[in-house]
Structures are given as C-alpha cells and as structure tokens.
Design a protein around this ligand. Sequence first.
Ligand SMILES: Nc1ncnc2c1ncn2[C@@H]1O[C@H](COP(=O)(O)OP(=O)(O)OP(=O)(O)O)[C@@H](O)[C@H]1O
Length: 614
Amino acid sequence: MTARPKGRPFPVRLISVIALSARAAPLHFAAYVVLAVVAGAGPVAVAWLTKLIIDGLVQGQRTGTLVGYTFGLGLAGLSAAVIPHLTRYLRAELDRQVGLVAQDRLLTAVNGFTGLARFEDPAFLDRLRLAQQSAATSPNQTVEGLLALVQAVITIVGFLGAMLVISPWITCLVMFSGIPMLVSEIVISRRRAAMFWEIGPVERRELFYAQLLTSVEAAKEVRIFGLGSYFRDRLLGERRKANAAKKRVDRRELLSQSSLGLMGAVLSAAVLLWSILAAKAGTVTVGDITLFVAAINGVQAALLESAGAIARCHESILMFDHFRTVVKAESDLSAPSRPRAVTPLENEIELRNVWFRYSADHPWVLKGVNLRIAKGETLALVGLNGAGKSTLVSLICRFYDPTRGSIRWDGVDIRDLDIAGLRERIGIVFQDYMTYDLTAAENIELGDLAKRDERALVHAAAQRAGIHEKIATLPRGYETLLSRVFYSFEGDTDDPETGVPLSGGQWQRLALARAFLRDKRDLMILDEPAAGLDAEAEHEIHSSLKRHRSGRTSLLISHRLGAVRSADTIVVLSDGVIVEVGDHETLLSAQGEYARLFNLQASGYTSVPSTEVF
Ligand SMILES: Nc1ncnc2c1ncn2[C@@H]1O[C@H](COP(=O)(O)OP(=O)(O)OP(=O)(O)O)[C@@H](O)[C@H]1O
C-alpha cells in the first residue's frame, strides 16, 4: 500500500479547502460567515445584559435604562431563535453547491487518467473512495468547523474580557484550562484520519461481499453453490475488523474527553465557590456572580466546542488530502508536451520488439513481439488462454505502454500521438464488453456519440449485428430500457422506466452493433466477437464481418479457428511469443501449433467426443 498523503503546510491546506466552498457558492458562504459571527457574540451579550439588569435592579437604576437593557435582551433572544434555522438552510445549500463542484472536479480528474493502471491499483482505489467521501463533505465540514471555532473564540474572548474586569487570575485559570482539551482533540483527529486510511481495504472487501450478496449477476451462483452464508460470514468478519478499529479510537476519545470534562467541572465548582465567598466579602456584586456563572459555563462550553471544531477541521483537511491527491494526480501514461495529430492510416501498425508486464512484480506477458498489421489486411490472432492476446489489444489502444519496445502508427510511436485522436481511429468489441442499463438505442449510440441523432445509422448497425428485429419487438422499440435496475413494478409496460433484460447472445449482438456504428475507423478490433452466439448466429456474424472487413484493417481474435481461416494473416501467440505466422493453408501444411489446434477443434465436430474433454 502506498503511503498516506503528506500535505503542504496546514494553513495552506486549510485555505485551499475553504476556497473551494467560497468559490462554489460565494453569497451563501458570506451569509454563513456573518451569521456565525453574530451567533458567537449572542451568549456574551445575553450574560452581560443580564448582569446589567440585576445590578440595575439592586442599585435602583432608572426604569428607562432597565427597559433598554431588556429590549437588548429580547433582540438577542430573537436572533438566537432565528439564526440556527437560517444557518441550517445555508449549510444545506452550501453542501449541495460544493458537492456538485467537488464531484465535477474529481470525475474530471478521473476521466483524465488515460490508462487503466490506476484502476487496477488497490491503494489508488482506496484513495479514490476516500476522495469521493471527502469531496462531498470535507469542504463544508471544514468551513463549519472553522466558523464554530470563530464563534467559540468570539464567545471566549467576550466572556474572558468581561471576567477580566472582575478577576484577572480567574480569567487566566479558565483560559489555560482549555489547552489540554485542544491538544487531546487534535491527537484524536489524527488517529481517526489514520484509522480511516488503514481500514480502507477492509471496507472495500466488505463492499465487495455486499455486492455479491445483493447483485443479480452473482445471485445464481450464490444460490446454486450455497455461498450465501459463506460470503455473509466473510462480510461480517470484515465489518467486525472495521468496527474494532473504530471502537479503539472512540475509546481513546471517551477516556480523554471524560477526564478533561471532570477537570472542567472541578474548576467550575471552585470558581463558583470563590465568587460566592468574594460576594459575601463585598468585593464582587450579585450581578458579577451571575456573569461569573454564565462565563464559566460559556467558556467551558466554547472551549469544548472549539476543541471539537479544531478536531473536525483537522480531520476533514486530512481526509481532503485524498481528494487533492486524486485531483492533482498525473495520468498514469506519459503525455508528450506536443502530441502529434493522428493521420488516417496509410501503411501499417507495427509492434516492434514489444515486451510487456503489468508491473515489476508480475511476470512477462509479451516477450519481444514483432508484428505488422498492414492497411486493409485482416490479421487474426490466435492462441491458448492467457497467451497475451487481449493484452496486445490493450497496448494497441494504449491502455498501457509497452515496458520495452514500441508500437507504431505509420512509423510514429503511439506515445507521441494524441491519445484521444488515436482512440478516435479505432473501433472495437471487447471480450468483456459492457452492458449499459440504458435504452437499446443508447446502447448502440454510445459507439459514436457524434451519430447520436442519425437514427438510420443506428438501425443499420443493429441490422448488421442481427439485433434489429429483436429490438423492434420490444415494448418501446429502440426506446426500451434494457435494464432491471430501474424497474418499477411487475407488468408496468407503459412505464418508460420499465426494463426488459436481454439474453447473453443478444447483448453481444448489441455490443457488435455499437462497434459497427464506428466501423469507418482505421482499425477494427474484434476480441471474441461471437463467443456467446449460437452456431447459426455465429456463422451469420462471421459472414457479415467477412463481407464488411474486406479492404478494411482489422484485428480479429477468436478461439474458433474456423472463424479466422479466411483472415489474410494468422498469427499464433504462445506464452507471449509469436510462434507462427501465415495464412490458413500455409499454417495447416506447416503442421505446427495452429494445425494442431485446428485439427483438434475439427475432430471435435466430426469424431465421437472423447470423455477426456470433460
Ligand atoms: N490487469 C492485469 N494485471 C495483471 N495481470 C494481468 C492483467 N490482465 C491480464 N493479466 C495476465 O496476463 C496474461 C495474459 O492475459 P490475456 O488476457 O492477455 O490473455 P488472452 O490470450 O487474451 O487469454 P484468453 O484467451 O483467456 O482471453 C494472463 O496470465 C493474465 O493473468
């Protein structure tokens, strides 16, 4: 796991968090600050006016003066009644505005990671999760904490100022009694932030088990293999681990808070005793005692509040560091300072001595691969499971960079090209294609958003993929939602949100239609495009692919060797090394690995099946 983020100086981090709130909703932010200041001065004004009224009564002051004090007291009470509601409204609005801005910044940053490596790094995923949590809450939590601190400081300064007039040494005593509380809160908030980081992997595992237990994808296997209790136990185990870590921090907090609370109570009692004795001796007035009582309680409460506020600020700034780290993180792939525009393919795509491993800890997946895909040619890549075929495709799409060697687009290293421009020129069906919980039309349109409004093209792509007829029979045709995630209730066919699930093969045809929408691209990659189709559909799709790919550059991966026999070139990859290259006839007559695999498959269709297969 990578280290926890180390921050810039604390005040700089504080300002950058608060700046996010202030910029997201400046008016609400300003109003929130003003109300906090007014609310902070309220308790002091109430205590001082109460003392003046009591002393005025004892000393027989004029009624007009007393009415003035009472009026002031009424005003203070009025603001005390209204301000909390206004503050709550402003806080909620700030939350909404800041949440929007922060989420936008976070997702823009995540979208900027051009490769896949970050999404496969558990430490980064932990950070991303914490960043998502803190994006929504940290900025306003910091503002709230800081304003609570400002309020508390105003209250403390006001009360201490009032007490200073009566007894300087008691004022000092009360003031210094707050220091241990502040220190202990900061220590605890540090521990809490560290704990959240440490239990990150635990919480992600818990989420994984929860998804297994609640998702429709896993429901069949979980039931048939009786995995429910097994995964539930594992989930609860992870929860217990997370709870234990949280409990440890809570216990520490309880211990230090209660001892400090006890100390505060003893101090209050002592000051009260002193002031009563002083009043008896005639050195302070009765009004002074009421002020003392209010001040001691007020200062203690404000100290407690300020310690809590500092802790909240501190904790949310530490959490916000994760947000900042993600937002500032550079893409995992190097970007040239002046990327070259990608021109239409003129000659070939070439892999030149490509070596690749997913990280220094992983074994080599590709070992010195040299390969040329000439313009207009269909190149088929075959090989056993794990040979490195999909990895090679990922490198051509530049999801990763080769560890050694290079991939060239008409002679230019693709690392020097504009990455979005490169991907613009590629059409693809992935082996693990996506099924979007969107309408049938949208599922196809996502292949080329620029053609979103050209319905005829969408229909043509669906027709080529052999899914048009099926879509036409759906309750709302192309507008039918292909999902059960947003399903309202059984039989609600008039509801536009009502979803219709497709079969595996039908989803695969939809993925093909999505790719066909962008088939005018320079390179079409089909990674197992017909794996989930029935025999008739497979034949139909491969014939269609054959018709459409003539003259177009395509890279075809398939385990069904019958489907690749018409390719111009067939490349056999074995354990990351190219072991054979040629067309179907040449490779068959060479009697090598291709011939062995082809004959094995062919015999499976013609001879009596061997029990060894199963
Ligand atoms: N993201 C990844 N991180 C680490 N290793 C990976 C990753 N993806 C694939 N591998 C490893 O790379 C090797 C090649 O996998 P790849 O998916 O390229 O093989 P393939 O030839 O496409 O296999 P199949 O025919 O089963 O689809 C495998 O050993 C696999 O475990």
